[in-house]
Design a protein around this ligand. Structure first.
Ligand code: 3Y8
Ligand code: NAP
Length: 246
């Protein structure tokens, strides 16, 4: 069972297909048309950790690979609980957090609420590149202009009086993100510390333009076996025996 939704999960699906490992790719169903992957796919929640445990038992999957986004903390909590309840080996593929480099001007905050508090400043032009779910919390700071980037067109008016919404799905490029920051005269980039390559273009663009970044740190997830590479996942599966697959 591959809990997906990230660039690395997609790459892992390709590795499973090439290796002939029987695996099922799981999407939550958060977007209207999730991109296909080269292995069988399911879409939708399981019904909490009990639902996932029942699903694993019914399907007989022998391994759980959690390759979800670091901010998908609830899914990761549920995966650890379901793995424990069913005695199923679990590994998490975790992308190292981004770290500040030369030329970066980052301010770290622990969570979204602190990011909202940190915007208690003179009106700015903010690239709020955190998707859709948490945007409403920034209605507490209506004085800023916000550029929002969503995967799907919004189904309701944005809760921010002064904002521009663009729809696009990553992975993104530095050139395109730099043009975006310049076009909208952005003065601050707000982002989650997703790690990986698919979302970091805006950081490289911000660095090139000398723009500050408000970096939201990751939520906590329970202790579990974690690896940082596709090879390490493949090795883990090989050394944890497999009856039917992932
Ligand atoms: C549904 C699957 C792949 C995976 C690609 C990665 C890269 C491109 C960059 C910005 C930041 C953001 C957001 C982002 C990126 C990858 C990866 C990644 C950030 C898709 C996808 C699903 C989702 C869910 C979506 C969230 C949203 C977050 C947009 C598909 C495209 C902001 C995270 O409208 C919504 O409800 C969107 C929800 C969770 C965060 C949020 O709270 O709004 N991802 N993103 C997955 C599912 O249903 O299980 O539609 O094809 C996947 C990807 N998005 O297959 O190549 O690996 O991280 N995703 C963030 O990092 O802050 C965009 O704009 O700069
Ligand atoms: P979340 O808040 O941790 O999970 C909420 C609920 O969504 C889970 O309890 C589960 O429902 C369901 N769910 C989450 N991921 C799932 C998956 N891969 N397959 C089946 N059900 C899933 O998760 P999220 O932050 O909304 O993320 C949803 C998806 O988007 C994940 O695939 C994640 O990798 C991807 N994603 C998220 C972000 C982000 O910023 N959060 C960024 C990029 C990609 P039940 O309790 O009913 O089982």
């Amino acid at each position: 069972m591959l809990l997906g939704g990230t660039t690395e999960a997609r790459a892992l699906a390709k590795r499973f297909a090439v290796a002939g490992i029987e695996a099922l790719y799981s999407y939550a169903g958060r977007t209207k048309s999730p991109q296909p992957v080269p292995i069988p796919t399911r879409i939708g929640g399981f019904g909490g950790s009990d639902g996932l445990a029942a699903y694993i038992t019914q399907t007989g999957f022998t391994h759980i690979v959690d390759a979800t986004h670091p901010f998908a903390a609830k899914m990761s909590h549920n995966a650890v609980a379901a793995a424990k309840a069913t005695g199923t080996p679990l590994v998490a593929l975790v992308r190292p957090a981004w770290t500040q480099g030369p030329g970066d001007t980052w301010a770290d905050v622990p969570d979204i609420a602190h990011a909202v508090q940190a915007l208690d400043t003179e009106p700015q032009r903010v690239f709020l590149a955190i998707g859709r779910t948490e945007v409403a919390q920034f209605a507490a700071r209506p004085e800023h202009f916000y550029l929002l980037r969503l995967v799907d067109p919004p189904s309701a008016p944005a809760p921010l009086p002064d904002c521009k919404i663009i729809t696009d799905r990553g992975p993104f490029t530095e050139t395109a993100d730099r043009a975006l920051l310049e076009k909208y005269r952005i003065s601050l980039v707000v982002t989650k510390n997703a790690g990986g390559t698919g979302a970091r273009a805006k950081l490289d663009a911000a660095r090139a333009l000398g723009l500050p970044v408000l970096m939201i740190n990751r939520p906590t997830v329970p202790p579990r076996h974690e690896v940082a590479s596709l090879d390490a996942v493949m090795d883990w599966i090989a050394h944890n025996g497999t009856r039917r697959g992932v």
